[in-house]
Write a new protein. Structure first.
Length: 64
């Protein structure tokens, strides 16, 4: 591969990436997250647990 064809290949790759980035769907950076609302607590007494002064890790798993 010559230097010219390498440069053309790199330029084409960069331009295709820029075109895809403009069309990518989603939420813009800096947009506020939506409020988390639930219908019920899954606890033995169906009441919200005490969370004041505690740190919680929420992990979401998605399959597919």
């Amino acid at each position: 591969m010559t230097a010219r064809s390498s440069a053309v290949l790199v330029l084409a790759f960069m331009l295709s990436g820029a075109a895809l980035a403009k069309e990518a769907p989603g939420i813009a950076v800096g947009t506020a997250a939506p409020a988390l609302e639930g219908a019920a607590w899954v606890t033995p007494d169906s009441k919200a647990p005490e969370v004041t002064g505690k740190v919680h890790l929420i992990d979401f798993w998605f399959a597919g």
